[in-house]
Design a binder for this molecule. Structure first.
Ligand code: PRP
Length: 177
């Protein structure tokens, strides 16, 4: 793509080899947050894309979806709904399990946070297998929301052919170096 901002975003993400365990090349977006222009460009690209799509809810995935989601929500006039790891939300929740490399994890959403018919954007920092995003989509669809798109700052290219999102539109700004 020709957008020069994307190159700067790619370069601002630090790659940490063997974190949190051997063999993993960790994509660390905290270094992107240190550079105000690049951080703002990242949010602006999402805001420009979603501003006129009648999105009423931005659902952010714990933990790093909480960094980008609220700024996007405020700018496009939507509410922000946190999708959290188990036993973090104090109210009544619905839960969706998803598969990890070893074992499973779970995302939860407060009952009543999203109404039937709402148009939702799901946001996270990174997509790898798509398992986390697919659990988020299931939570929103269970309460009758329409997931317009899932969006991430960084994603591995293989996810483009991954069936986990079941054809749901996925928007990624950059790929790992
Ligand atoms: C990372 C990342 C995504 C998820 C993507 O979070 O922030 O949420 O993995 O992986 P997937 O596409 O294979 O599902 P992590 O599980 O490390 O949890 P954390 O945000 O609580 O650190």
């Amino acid at each position: 793509q020709g957008d020069p901002r994307l190159q700067a975003i790619t370069e601002a993400i630090r790659v940490v080899p063997h974190f949190p365990k051997p063999g993993i090349m960790f994509q660390d977006i905290t270094t992107l947050l240190l550079d105000h222009k690049t951080f703002k460009d990242t949010v602006d690209i999402f805001v420009d894309r979603y501003r006129d799509m009648h999105i009423s809810v931005v659902a952010g995935i714990e933990a790093r979806g909480f960094i980008f989601g609220p700024s996007i929500a405020l700018a496009i006039g939507a509410k922000f709904v946190p999708l959290r790891k188990p036993r973090k939300l104090p109210g009544e929740v619905i839960s969706e399990d998803y598969e990890l490399e070893y074992g499973t994890d779970c995302l939860e959403m407060h009952v009543g946070a999203v109404q039937p018919g709402e148009r939702a954007l799901v946001i996270d920092d990174l997509v790898a297998t798509g398992g986390t995003l697919s659990a988020a989509v299931r939570l929103l669809e269970r309460v009758g929301a329409e997931v317009v798109e899932c969006a991430c700052v960084i994603g591995v290219p293989e996810v483009k052919v991954n069936c986990r999102l079941k054809g749901k539109s996925l928007y990624m700004l950059v790929e790992p170096r």
